[in-house]
Design a protein around this ligand. Structure first.
Ligand code: SF4
Length: 714
């Protein structure tokens, strides 16, 4: 182990490695999924086998294809075992033993989020499976697949990755079992875990293994974690395993006196401590989130019994040149032919869309994008993006001239970054835009406007839509950007995520106030009218987020009523692994601030009744909810909100429906649960959201957006 793990210098770019000898086999039309396909390629074995919970789609939005094609470009032979039957080892032995290692992934989503609703009900669908059929992967897929790989070939190393491994890399609260689980490394018994975007680490690892290094000796790769029974002697361990207020004074002073040039690793509270003590859990979560900037993050250590989970600092972001190289691998852009005509909804959603960047500096607490991809934006070049549009035009079956999205985790962060790399490297803020937009942030959206113009000028392109979530507090800074967007890139509806109207929950989400939404809406309406277009905003809201009181939900319901919205379906906040809001949910503490025994208590809507109530507020118009809401409004002393008349939230007793919905035009809309990926490209907004169709009505009436959908997870 060497302290140089904290160096931010890159010794080689992704495409500067000398290819492995097997490069002579050339490019595979599809990465092989059977012995027959291997034989056709002339391969006697695979160097790496990727086991994944998703169907194999050879597209840059699918993790197995990205990693497979990146390793192929290094000269390695990569096989894919997609959605194997986990009940025996047969499928895991289908391609024979890999020469170097098994790479195990749950898929583009955490397998528990994929399988269960926010109310822990089992899903019958799975958008990453042909035919949208649920049940094709096990719960906790990373652990199960790893065990089968071991059973199949005991001596082959196992490397785990994907969002599931990434967000379960240390002890974490698991919503489905309602307990704190160990790092997934311990349960999977894997040799190495890769977190975040893993190209840099996996390329270096594979070349080193191919050169004869043992996996147990490879301990210096950024973005990796492993289990060790002893700590290296050449690293100073800073003990943060107790709460700041409960540390001996001498220890605090010793930490402050450290020499700045000596590399330190941070000792987090142990698994046993965070399992038994919620304040320490919140403290550990805060420490982890403050160590996510690759420019200054230090290694983290968390003991589990008599062993340690060691987390190296996050990967260095890819340069634009490297991003282009990754996105320009020879993807076939379609599912593997073995799936025939069966539709894979996640693929259908992105087949005509283009991902222009990675990362997000928003820091929304219900979302894990920062913990996974980081908050430094990694942008592709305009040339590369336009080239992909041309490729869609040439190669993607069914293209009619409409690019369905030009975006990423956030629609409008392309090429935005801190003005000063030195300042960026030392910054520990969790968001560049909360509580206010940082003065060091470059917010210039002119290059993005130019990109939009050039994209729609491409031959064969009739329309370019922007469907990724918009950071509207950034957008309102540049009316010209909003004008361009609204005039040219809205397909009738634009989704936008105020998430709530009240300051309490918004503060806990790290989202801007509703005033910024109003500002954006005014611009949206004005530019839509100027363009002579009937267009609607689709605002999303979260029910049951930490920090939300019954009063807050009542106020949100009043806002919905006042603005003429009716939700067809609603869902609650979904506590996903490692998100800051999940820490709030579990601990009732606020890790955005220093944690102490007496530090801020966060209100948590918990339990079936209160979660039902919060959903009921969002569906205040549904007679099935009136009984509950009447009781609660009476208890809140708000009988004035019930009775006949359009100014009331609910009809009173004996006024079933009277006064509700008369004299005012209400719009119906369905919930969109953006906490769950239907787009495999981006992050998970961990939100439960409401779409509405309120907007400028300048012409013929349009149909409202409808249908519950699941959005993306990194
Ligand atoms: S200084 Fe400001 S813009 Fe730069 S990284 Fe920190 S928060 Fe972001």
């Amino acid at each position: 182990m060497s302290p140089t793990i904290t160096d931010t210098h890159i010794d080689r770019k992704l495409f500067e490695y000398r290819p492995y000898w097997a490069e002579c086999f050339g490019i595979a039309p599809f990465l092989p999924t059977s012995r027959e396909e291997m034989d056709a390629l002339g391969w006697d074995s695979c160097d790496v086998i990727i086991v994944t919970g998703d169907a194999y789609v050879d597209h840059v939005s699918f993790g197995m294809a990205v990693i497979g094609r990146v390793l192929e470009a290094q000269g390695f032979r990569v096989g894919i075992i997609a959605q194997p039957d986990w009940r025996s080892t047969d499928d895991f032995m289908r391609l024979g033993p890999p020469n170097l290692y098994f790479g195990v992934a749950a898929g583009n989503m955490d397998s528990m989020i994929n399988r269960y609703t926010a109310d822990k009900r089992i899903r019958s669908d799975d958008s990453y499976t042909p035919g949208n059929v649920g049940g094709k992967r096990p719960d906790r897929a990373v652990i199960v697949y790893s065990q089968r790989c071991r059973e199949a070939y005991r001596d082959v190393p196992v490397v785990i990755g994907s969002i599931e491994a990434s967000l379960r890399r240390i002890a974490h609260f698991d919503y489905w079992s309602e307990k704190v689980r160990r790092s997934v490394l311990m349960d999977a018994k894997a040799d190495l875990l890769m977190y975040g975007n893993a190209e840099r680490a996996i390329v270096a690892l594979t070349h080193r293994l191919a050169a004869g290094e043992s996996i147990s000796s490879i301990r210096d790769l950024r973005g990796t974690a492993f289990v060790t029974s002893s700590l290296p002697p050449d690293v100073r361990v800073v003990d943060e395993s107790s709460l700041p207020d409960e540390r001996p004074a001498g220890q605090v002073r010793a930490l402050r006196m450290q020499q700045p040039d000596v590399v330190s690793a941070i000792r987090l509270p142990s698994y046993e401590q965070v399992r038994d003590d919620r304040a320490l859990y919140a403290h550990a979560s805060r420490l982890l989130h403050r160590e996510t900037n690759p420019g200054n993050a230090r290694p983290l250590i968390q003991s589990h019994g008599d062993r340690y989970v060691w987390l190296n600092p996050p990967p260095i972001p890819l340069t634009t040149e490297e991003m282009d190289w990754v996105f320009e691998r020879p993807f076939r852009r379609v599912p593997h032919p073995a799936y025939g005509d069966a539709k894979i909804p996640a693929y259908e959603m992105i087949r005509f869309s283009v991902n222009i960047m990675r990362g997000c500096f928003g820091g929304c607490t219900f979302c894990s994008i920062t913990e996974h991809e980081g908050r430094i934006i990694q942008s592709r070049s305009e040339e590369s993006i336009l080239k992909e549009i041309q490729e869609i035009r040439e190669k993607t079956p069914g293209f009619t001239g409409v690019i369905s999205d030009l975006g990423g985790p956030t629609a409008n962060m392309w090429r935005l970054q801190c003005k000063d790399p030195k300042v960026e490297a030392s910054c520990r803020r969790l968001s560049c835009v909360h509580p206010t937009i940082c003065s060091n942030l470059n917010t210039d959206q002119k290059p993005l406007v130019q990109l939009y113009r050039n994209a729609r000028a491409e031959e064969g392109v009739k329309k370019v839509l922007i469907a990724s979530g918009l950071r509207y507090d950034l957008a309102v800074r540049e009316p010209e950007y909003v004008r361009e967007l609204v005039t040219e890139h809205v397909g009738g509806y634009l989704k936008i995520a105020p998430e709530h109207t009240e300051a309490g929950p918004l503060d806990k989400m790290m989202k801007p106030g509703i005033g910024t939404y109003d500002e954006f809406k005014a611009m949206f309406d004005q530019f839509s009218e100027e363009a002579g277009k009937e267009q609607y905003l689709i605002p999303y809201f979260i029910a049951g987020h930490p920090g939300t009181s019954d009063e807050d939900m009542l106020n949100l319901a009043l806002w919905l009523k006042e603005n003429g919205f009716r939700a067809d379906q609603v869902q609650n906040f979904y506590p996903s692994p490692m998100a800051t809001a999940t820490t709030m949910y579990h601990t009732e503490k606020n890790p955005l601030k220093r944690i102490g025994r007496e530090s801020e208590h966060v209100v948590i809507p918990r339990g079936t009744r209160q979660r039902r109530l919060h959903k009921a507020f969002l569906r205040y118009h549904d007679p099935d909810n009136w009984r509950l809401l009447r009781k609660v409004l009476t208890a809140m002393g708000r009988d004035d909100l019930m009775g006949p008349g359009t100014d009331k939230l609910l009809p009173g007793f004996g006024h079933q429906g009277a006064g509700y919905g008369h004299g005012k035009r209400y719009q119906t809309f369905k919930t969109q649960h953006t906490g769950l990926p239907h787009n495999p490209r981006g992050p998970e907004d961990r939100t439960v959201s409401l779409g509405n169709r309120q907007g400028k009505r300048t012409g013929k009436k349009k149909s409202p957006p409808s249908g519950r959908s699941r959005s993306r997870q990194g």
